[in-house]
Design a protein around this ligand. Structure first.
Ligand code: NAD
Length: 497
């Protein structure tokens, strides 16, 4: 019997496998072995899923919001019960550590918890007597069929940013998870069925570019949520709106962390390490550049190198002591190492060097060690490209003004952080930095489910972000009703004129 799993589709409440289409391998990055194959489906499969979602929409959108929320509440309880299994699934297909995988699942669950509050979040507004005897109210109604396209780096959380709130608002959904990590989404969709989600409300299709193109062009889809790299996010946004859809598209990032001379040394070093090297740097909120202001380089860098040198890198699925796992693929590991070499060739100084790391416990795993590059300059390659691996640039600057100017030159604008004891410097930074999520003495300022995940610039395309009240607005449309009632026998509305 083959140990390689197939990835079934969920369409209209039925699970099925597809044959006769190309497949792409899913790896366990910790050991470099193929564990599953994702079918690269095309327009026919997307069309079947959209048809199922369209058929499910009338009944689901008429289901009282409180009943819709109850299904999600049951799902939340089931996911808590199966928490460890879910986290293991994330580690297995992604390579991140057990603690990081648990964080991924926890953050996803928090989005379900928030969506359970949809009845209150969906409430409209009203005003009596907008004119004499006339009342006005606004309600929120669902859009119809919505779709989600997700990246590889948070197999549990990012899909759960999307479909729970979409369906809580009364929409039906077609999810296309990353072809690199489809297994956790399949597991969660099975549990959603067990929780009582009616057939067709959530559909799962698999694929890459062809499936995405079919989603973008399908006339039955009203809205698209996307999270992934910036070039793809931009093109999805442009193509989606050209086809008349509402689109929210979160893209890539290059996040700056300013270390002020007065910052607490140990906390800054630990905060930087966790931010740059957590999830092996494959995080859109990872700090990829530390700007050391003044003497901060002399105090914080030695402490940082000390903690980074002790990081245990290895196969997260078999060694619970591992602090940093593998990156997603062999090609990605090679790309990251290539970028480190290029930066070193351009004059950067590796204080720690993750190239050529050998992990004896898993010689075929996709490992790159945590790499700190000092004396990086703005024009170098690792400052321009999103490396999306365990690489931290260090740029030295003389003052906060220069640091903010450098951060604000970035094309991206997801996260930015400052480590300082000076409230005035923190306030100045928060006010002036051109990024949508700011941390003060917090290295990964990722907002919780009730706040928007509010990237700026090339880190986001659209108007309404994922998470929080903006996601309720994204998945609904307003209907505003203006009402006047006449007493029996009173003249018609025209009599006033
Ligand atoms: P990706 O852009 O390669 O893929 C994302 C999704 O788009 C996948 O489902 C994939 O199948 C599809 N896709 C890929 N290429 C496509 C193409 N040419 N046309 C149409 N669809 C295509 O991203 P990834 O490598 O899976 O994920 C990492 C990226 O996601 C990083 O850039 C990271 O910063 C970003 N990310 C952003 C956020 C955020 O909130 N801003 C969160 C997580 C990840």
């Amino acid at each position: 019997m083959s140990l390689i799993e197939s990835c079934p589709l969920l369409i209209g409440g039925e699970w099925s496998t597809v044959s006769g289409v190309p497949v792409t391998p899913v790896h366990n990055p910790s050991i470099g072995e193929v564990i599953a194959e994702t079918p690269l489906c095309g327009a026919d499969v997307v069309d079947a899923a959209v048809s199922a979602a369209s058929r499910a929409f009338p009944a689901w959108s008429e289901t009282p919001p409180v009943e819709r929320a109850r299904v999600l509440f049951r799902l939340k309880v089931m996911l808590e019960d199966r928490f460890d299994e879910l986290a293991r699934s994330v580690t297995r297909e992604h390579g991140k550590t057990a603690a990081e995988a648990r964080g991924d699942v926890r953050r996803g669950l928090e989005n379900i918890e928030y969506a359970c509050g949809a009845p209150a979040l969906l409430m409209g507004e009203s005003l009596e007597n907008v004119a004499a005897g006339i009342d006005c109210d606004s309600i929120r109604q669902p859009l119809g069929v919505c779709a989600g396209i997700t990246p590889f780096n948070f197999p549990a959380m990012v899909p759960l940013w999307m479909w729970p709130m979409a369906i809580a608002c009364g929409n039906t959904f077609v999810l296309k998870p990353s072809e690199k990590v489809p297994l956790t989404s399949i597991l969660i969709a099975r549990l959603a069925q067990e929780a009582g989600l009616p057939p067709g409300v959530l559909n799962v299709v698999h694929g890459g570019r062809d499936a995405v193109d079919a989603i973008l062009r399908h006339p039955g889809i009203q809205a698209i949520s996307f999270v992934g790299s910036t070039p793809v996010a931009k093109s999805i946004y442009e193509t989606g709106i050209a086809h008349g859809k509402r689109v929210q598209a979160a893209g890539g990032a290059k996040n700056f962390v300013v270390i002020m001379p007065d910052a607490d040394v140990a906390n800054s070093a630990t905060g930087l390490m966790e931010s740059a090297f957590g999830c092996a740097g494959e995080r859109c909120m990872a700090s990829s550049t530390a700007i050391a202001v003044g003497r901060a380089a002399d105090t914080v860098l030695p402490a940082l190198v000390d903690v980074v040198s002790k990081v245990r890198v290895g196969p997260a699925d078999r060694d619970p002591q591992v602090q940093m796992g593998a990156v997603i693929s062999r090609e990605h590991a090679d790309r990251v190492c290539g970028l480190i070499s290029q930066a070193a060739g351009e004059g950067a100084t590796p204080l720690t060097d993750g190239r050529g790391l050998r992990v004896d416990a898993a010689p075929n795993g996709f490992f790159v060690g945590p790499t700190v590059l000092d004396h990086v300059r703005p024009e170098m390659v690792t400052m321009k490209e999103e490396v999306f691996g365990p690489v931290l640039n260090v740029v030295r600057m003389d003052n906060l003004d220069e640091a903010i100017r450098l951060a604000n030159q970035s094309a991206y604008g997801n996260g930015a952080a400052i480590f300082t004891r000076d409230g005035k410097a923190a306030r100045e930074f928060r006010h002036r930095v051109r990024a949508g999520m700011v941390g003060v003495n917090i290295g990964v300022p990722a907002p919780m489910s009730f706040f928007p995940f509010s990237g700026w610039n090339a880190s986001f395309f659209g108007d309404l972000h994922l998470q929080g009240r903006e996601s309720v607005a994204f998945f609904t449309q307003h209907k505003v009703t203006t009402t006047r009632w006449f007493s029996h026998g009173e003249g018609s509305i025209w009599a006033d004129k």
